[in-house]
Design a protein around this ligand. Structure first.
Ligand code: MEV
Length: 327
């Protein structure tokens, strides 16, 4: 009998990129989940298949044998998942073979934390299959290690929210704190359909900061102030201020060079249709934007983003982090 685990995707409301340099960020888990199924094999190999990325293959020691997809691409995409599996095998000290199948309703490379959600689900599924007692903190650490293979120097915000769920204030130094959000936050997500790599977006910001520290450091401080004001606005259910702060946050991200034409197009469409605020979410350079709207204008905003060519949907916050699914 296999075990299935799942973990949610996320949207960053405030503070992406700045969070990599120690500033705070606000993140929400959303009701789109990644699923991982783990089964024992009779041999000692690890077989991994990603249904949504159309890649599959076997890992045995350092060797990789492709089963589906381009060999190089398949290995690159499956390697972080192999790392997630190995982290659990290390503490279980069992030498077993495993079949792992992942499937995700989260668009890939779109800023919604698909890779972290998948990694957290894989860790939880393998842990449950092998009867390894894992705390949520353990799942987070292991998913974070897998993320580092994929993204270089990630802050840890994506695996944290996928593991714990809910709404959270995250900062590298102090970790994560659940955030008090009084109101529903009616959000439209618009996917530009332009795939991009978090690793290269983060590297781009690092290079800008290295070249212009006197300019970028004050932007970091401004981003921190935005988050501090947003904590209050979210606590009070003040959507107007939250929207204004999103617009300012986006302007800073634009200044860092991580927006692009496709994002600007959707963001402008949302603002024209009455959004209270709109910004890119995640690493940028394509991927997704988010727009905040009042309950009575959210349909207009959704349709405007769709008409502008975005794949748009409404996001709901979920409190459910990583979990084992009934089989
Ligand atoms: C990616 O979802 C958010 C970034 O800030 C990178 C990170 O924090 O790891 C761009």
């Amino acid at each position: 009998m296999g075990v299935i685990a799942s973990a949610p995707a996320k949207i960053i409301l405030f503070g992406e990129h700045f969070v990599v340099y120690g500033e705070p960020a606000i993140v929400l888990a959303i009701d789109k989940r990644a699923y991982a199924k783990a089964d024992l094999r009779l041999d000692k190999r690890i077989f991994l298949r990603s249904l949504n990325m159309n890649v599959a293959g076997y890992f045995e020691d350092e060797n990789f044998k492709v089963e589906e997809g381009n060999p190089k691409e398949a290995k690159m995409k499956l390697e972080p998942l192999k790392c997630a599996v190995e982290k659990v095998l290390e503490i279980s000290s069992e030498k077993v073979g495993l079949n792992i199948e992942v499937n995700s309703t989260v668009p890939v490379a779109a800023g919604l934390g698909s890779s972290a959600a998948v990694a957290a689900a894989v860790v939880a599924a393998v842990g449950a299959l092998l009867n390894v007692k894992l705390s949520k903190e353990d799942v987070f650490r292991m998913a974070y290690d897998a993320e580092k293979i994929m993204h270089g120097t990630p802050s840890g915000i994506d695996p944290a929210i996928s593991t714990f769920g809910g709404a959270m204030l995250f900062q590298i130094d102090t970790g994560f704190k659940p955030l008090d959000v009084k109101t529903d936050i009616p959000i439209v997500i618009g996917n530009t359909g332009v795939e991009r790599s978090t690793r290269s977006q983060v590297a781009k910001v690092r290079s800008l900061r290295d070249r212009y520290p006197q300019i970028v450091d004050p932007m970091m401080r401004a981003a921190r102030e935005i988050v501090l004001r947003a904590i209050e606005a979210l606590k009070d259910g003040d959507l107007k201020t939250t929207g204004e702060l999103m617009d300012i946050n986006h302007a800073l991200l634009y200044g860092l060079g991580v927006s692009d034409e496709s994002l600007e197009w959707l963001i402008n469409a949302a603002r024209k249709a009455g959004a209270l605020g709109a910004k890119l979410t995640g690493a940028g350079g394509g991927g997704c934007m988010i727009a905040l709207a009042n309950k009575d204008s959210i349909r207009n905003v959704l349709e405007a983003v769709q008409r502008a060519g975005g794949n748009a949907f409404l996001a709901k916050k979920t409190n459910e982090g990583v979990r084992i699914e009934p089989v």
